[in-house]
Design a protein around this ligand. Structure first.
Ligand SMILES: Nc1nc2c(ncn2[C@@H]2O[C@H](COP(=O)(O)OP(=O)(O)OP(=O)(O)O)[C@@H](O)[C@H]2O)c(=O)[nH]1
Ligand SMILES: [Mg+2]
Length: 455
């Protein structure tokens, strides 16, 4: 259900303020306010009556009469603003001391510091955007690759919402047809209508299936993936990280036990951001620092999306990782045979003796690295973003899957019009969760709390 008028009123009684630009030194720093006190605060701070949507060069004055900064103020009158409320932007000089003093003044004049995502939350509550668009704002800000940003923009302008809304509205039409039949249930449902309804349900299932397929790469795009490189000392984990990152990020030496702590590098494979984590080599060691490094390495594999087990192909007798008591086999894993320039093993993708996907490479000559990149994408389930990839989140995909299983139930319960109507209603409700027509306060809290402050 869209939140009703009383919710809107209570949301807008507080005027909120936050820095809208990142901390640090910059040419300009913006403080943004939203809420009913914007006009009054603007007047008290600048001594002027601001005209809407006009950039006004002005001093920002403290209550004691001192000038805190000289900048530009812009007022956006409700409802033509980002949040749908009165919004005031104060463009200051971008230094932390100045920004802090102007923000402190604004709060002394009655504004509250905004919670993370509160501006966008208000935009949602005031009907300026639906929930997928609000989420796309965060995804756009957080996007780590150009392709991720492009997909987020499509969701932001409402492409995904539009597809869901159209589907939901068509589903609504079908419900009307079915429910009309319930009302006249003493009359047998005409065959032709029966066939029509069945056909429609099948169509909806196909459309949702296709939307889910287009969303899956999008989910990975928005979150990125974490891949941990693990293996015995000296097998070439750090060399592999450097080869994949195309930079000398990690120290490489011929001495086993070179890497002690976790080291990260982010790479982009066809728009997918992958956080690679290099780790300390696993072996039996009395060294306290090395032991802590290994503990961290094993911990890193627990939260990783994929483990890459690197083996030295020129040292066939090297200790098997699984004999060290750590069973990495439960994880999604790729085995990498490294140093194949020394052994002559054919470069490229294959399988290891336990059936794990394997790649033969040389981290130093870079042979097999492209096959390695392909294997990473395959094992992460990323087929590359297409023009129509949807920047989806897990909750969107789950809602679509639920809607799809209600449609399946609808088809099963076809003979009972009551059950059929109920399943269609539930399917429509799931779609409503995506755009935020049917949401709980908890869900909204979860979503907006992950935003940055000032957005
Ligand atoms: N010939 C050859 N040597 C390699 C290859 N990859 C790594 N090496 C060498 O193997 C040695 C160890 O490489 P590292 O990348 O430091 O190995 P590591 O697994 O990170 O080692 P630790 O940090 O000690 O666990 C270095 O002397 C590298 O130059 C390769 O593909 N071919
Ligand atoms: Mg290393």
């Amino acid at each position: 259900m869209r939140l009703d008028q009383t919710d809107l009123l209570s949301a807008s009684t507080r005027t909120i303020a936050a820095k809208a630009t990142p901390p640090g030194h910059g040419g300009i720093g913006i403080i943004r306010l939203s809420g009913p006190d914007c006009l009054r605060i603007a007047h008290e701070l600048t001594g002027r009556q601001l005209k809407a949507r006009e950039a006004t060069p002005t001093g920002f004055h403290g209550r004691g009469g001192d000038t805190l900064d000289y900048g530009v103020a812009i007022l956006f009158k409700a409802p033509a603003s980002y949040t749908g409320e009165d919004v005031l932007e104060l463009h200051c000089h971008g230094g932390p001391v100045i920004m802090d003093s102007v923000l402190a003044e604004v709060t002394a004049l009655g504004a509250d510091l905004a919670r993370p995502g509160e501006f966008t939350e208000r935009a949602f509550l005031n009907g300026k955007m639906d929930l997928t668009q609000a989420e796309a704002v965060a995804d756009l800000i957080n996007s780590q690759t150009e392709i991720a940003a492009r997909s987020a923009i499509k969701s932001l302008v409402g492409d995904f919402s539009r597809e869901i809304s159209e589907l939901s509205s068509d589903l609504g039409d079908l419900r009307v047809l079915v429910e009309a039949n319930i009302d006249f249930s003493e009359e047998p449902v005409r065959d032709i209508e029966n066939r029509q309804i069945k056909k429609k349900i099948e169509e909806f299932k196909l459309i949702i299936g296709e939307l889910i397929d287009r969303s899956k790469p999008g989910e990975l795009l928005s979150t990125g993936a974490e891949v941990v490189l693990i293996g015995a000392p000296n097998v070439g984990k750090s060399s592999l990280l450097n080869a994949l990152a195309r930079a000398e990020r990690a120290i490489v030496t011929a001495t086993p036990g070179t890497t002690r702590d976790l080291l990260e590098a982010t790479i982009s494979l066809e728009g997918l951001a992958i956080r690679l984590i290099d780790t300390a080599g696993i072996r039996n060691s009395e060294d306290e620092i090395e032991a802590e490094g290994m503990r961290r390495a094993i911990k890193a594999t627990e939260r990783a999306d994929l483990v890459v087990e690197v083996r030295d192909d020129s040292q066939v007798d090297s200790e098997d990782l699984n004999t060290t008591g750590n069973d990495f086999c439960k994880k999604r894993k790729i085995v990498v045979y490294n140093k194949c320039d020394l052994t002559g093993r054919a470069f490229g993708e294959s399988e290891d003796q336990d059936g794990f996907p394997a790649v033969a490479i040389s981290a130093t000559t870079r042979q097999g690295i492209e096959a390695m990149e392909r294997a990473l994408q395959e094992q992460l389930g990323y087929q590359g973003a297409r023009e129509d990839t949807i920047m989806a989140r897990r909750r969107h995909i789950e809602a679509m899957q639920h809607a799809s299983s209600h449609l399946l139930q609808a088809a099963v319960n076809f003979e009972s019009l009551d059950l059929l109507a109920e399943e269609l209603r539930l399917a429509q409700k799931e779609l409503g969760k995506i755009t935020g027509e049917t949401t709980t306060e908890d869900l909204l809290g979860d979503i907006f709390s992950t935003f940055c402050i000032g957005k």
